[in-house]
Design a protein around this ligand. Structure first.
Ligand code: PEP
Ligand code: MG
Length: 580
């Protein structure tokens, strides 16, 4: 039995057979299969070799017709190597004698040849190593593709284990059969983790290296409460976890009863609890959990997992559905595209040296005006179906915000000229998620009618700690005093300007921060739908003076550890059961 500790991102306990996935471009870990599956692995290899050869020959023909056969010759040589029976036999031997996965056997054989070539005296062969890397990539690409397709054809429950999953890959997981996932890489607020929450799949990320120890079909436990992955558990552990599974179910049903009760403190302060969504169908789920509106609709997910960029009409239909599901009165905050960073549209690749600091989000939109205008047109057209609020993400300067608003005005004029109806006085808001925007919150307040504090990015940019990198997870902390001071600044600026302010990062769905945020003046929380009942429960147990006192005390502390320990202590006083 092996136990790995990582970062829990969606709670719950799942026991099931492992389905390990390899990642394109990532070193393949040493892994074996059950002896009974050797023939299956050999067949997978043969299919992959033949598909890789076909694909390279297709490229060869294309290059040949476009730029000449002399330039395509190298691809012909690659295809020949892939078709070479000696290479195939070598890999088959590795699989049958060591029970290696096809992926690992391919990588082993080709890396061995690369090493041998590199050891030769400097000469022509050295440059050939690049060809072997390319051939490895082609064959592995086919094998990884096979696994991805297998994912689409699952017929029984599995637990996905991977080095990392992109938000795109996560969005495509079939929840009916993928009951949990665990990854070696990743951080608490990476978009993959946020999606695990949206899809309500128990998950643990940032576990460090474990894949080389896994055989497909091994029984594993994903403990999304404690952040554990247990491989091949013994009978006693299995029994304990089976008991835990039934306790979680009864805990969930106690929170159900809160659904129809208002989010109001013991002394009568009203709080607005809204839902965060990534996909239109989640709006209904928000209502089921008691959301008073959608506080953040991450529209970029419409662009992910798709072969082509969604048209204006397609976007309009998606926004209209959310608005209609939420009804005329409930606000729906539609955020314009926040692509980039760890969220890439299908088929695009980031060439950014620092994707989170580069052409992400509003910056990307302001460089791709056509893309931006299409989305704003779709949102404005949909606005007649409900109560739309428009939110601009990742604003870092006042000028940027003015530019975005100017484009909005242009689209309004266009629609007016075309006699297309839209809601004229849509409230405009800005995300406060870059420290510069928080520091200039008083200036930003003059430009908009609401703020939404995106703590996921605010923490990342304040502490210079990548939100999706497990190696800096200890620095990345919403309880850091620097983050709390910025939230305080923004809440005060909003208060002075009489502006609504909500918090929509994952911090707002974490019960340990509820009292702090309330005490800092936050009256709107936008959280993943599954967190709504827990947060409501806390709100209903406290008074505003208590929350203000907690915030005052927390503001005196100098480290994230002290703040978190203090807040945990406060919540334990309120609810002795640590499961909240
Ligand atoms: C945030 O940064 O807190 C936020 C809500 O936006 P996202 O997680 O999509 O970056
Ligand atoms: Mg953000």
């Amino acid at each position: 039995m092996d136990v790995y500790r990582g970062i829990p991102v969606y709670p719950g306990v799942v026991i099931g057979p492992a389905l390990p996935l390899d990642t394109d471009g990532f070193l393949i870990p040493k892994r074996s299969v059950d002896p009974g599956l050797v023939e299956n692995e050999i067949q997978r290899l043969k299919d992959a070799l033949s598909k890789a050869a076909i694909s390279v020959r297709k490229n060869q023909a294309e290059v040949s017709s476009k730029v000449g056969s002399q330039f395509a010759a190298i691809l012909g040589a690659h295809a020949q190597m892939i078709e070479d029976p000696f290479l195939s036999n070598e890999i088959v031997t590795k699989i049958s004698s060591n029970y290696f996965t096809a992926e690992y056997a391919v990588s082993q054989v080709l890396r061995q040849h690369i090493k041998e070539m590199e050891a030769l005296p400097k000469g022509a062969m050295v440059s050939r190593t690049a060809d072997l890397f390319d051939i490895e990539k082609q064959i592995l690409g086919q094998l990884i593709d096979q696994k991805q397709q297998e994912l689409g054809n699952l017929t029984s429950p599995v637990v996905i284990l991977a080095h990392d999953l992109s938000p795109n890959e996560t969005a495509k997981l079939n929840k009916q059969f993928v009951h949990a996932f665990a990854t070696e890489a990743g951080g608490r607020t990476s978009h993959t983790s946020i999606l695990a929450g949206a899809m309500e799949i128990p998950a643990v990320v940032g576990l460090g290296k474990f894949l080389q120890e896994i055989t497909g079909g091994d029984i594993v436990i994903v403990d999304g409460d404690a952040g554990l992955l247990i491989v091949n558990p013994d009978e006693e552990i299995l029994e304990n976890y089976r008991k835990r599974q039934s306790q979680t179910i009864s805990h969930d049903s106690s929170l159900e009863q809160l659904k129809s009760l208002p989010a109001v403190t013991k002394d009568g302060v009203q709080v607005r609890l809204m839902g965060n969504i990534e996909f239109p169908h989640e709006a209904v789920h928000c209502l089921e959990k008691g959301a008073e509106g959608i506080g953040l609709y991450r529209t970029e997910f419409l662009f992910m997992g798709k072969e082509t960029i969604p048209s204006e009409e397609e976007q309009y239909q998606a926004y209209k559905k959310v608005l209609e599901d939420m009804g005329r009165d409930r606000p729906v905050v539609i955020r314009t595209l926040d692509l980039g960073g760890d969220k890439l549209a299908t088929g695009t690749q980031s060439n950014e040296r620092n994707p989170f600091l580069g052409l992400r989000s509003i910056r990307l939109c302001l460089r791709n005006i056509g893309l931006f205008k299409t989305q704003i047109r779709a949102i404005l057209r949909a606005s007649v179906h409900g109560n739309v609020h428009l939110l601009f993400p990742m604003i870092s300067t006042v000028l940027e915000l003015r530019q975005a608003k100017m484009i909005l005005s242009e689209i309004k004029e266009d629609l007016q000229e075309e006699n297309i109806p839209f809601q004229r006085d849509i409230p405009i808001g800005t995300m406060i998620e870059v420290p510069s925007a928080a520091i200039l919150a008083d200036c930003m307040a003059k430009e908009v009618s609401f703020f939404s504090i995106g703590t996921n990015d605010l923490v990342q940019y304040t502490l210079a700690a990548d939100r999706s990198n497990e190696d800096v997870a200890s620095l990345y902390n919403p309880g850091d005093p620097a983050v709390i001071k910025l939230i305080d600044l923004v809440a005060k600026a909003a208060g002075n300007a009489n502006l609504a302010v909500s918090v929509c990062g994952e911090m707002s769905g974490d019960p340990i921060y509820t009292m702090l945020l309330l005490g800092l003046g936050i009256r709107q929380f936008s959280v993943a739908p599954h967190s709504i009942p827990e947060i409501k429960k806390i709100i209903r147990m406290i008074t505003l003076p208590e929350a203000e006192n907690v915030a005052r005390e927390a503001m005196r502390l100098e480290t994230a550890r002290d703040v978190n320990n203090y807040l945990r202590g406060q919540i334990r006083k309120l609810i002795p059961d640590p499961m909240v």
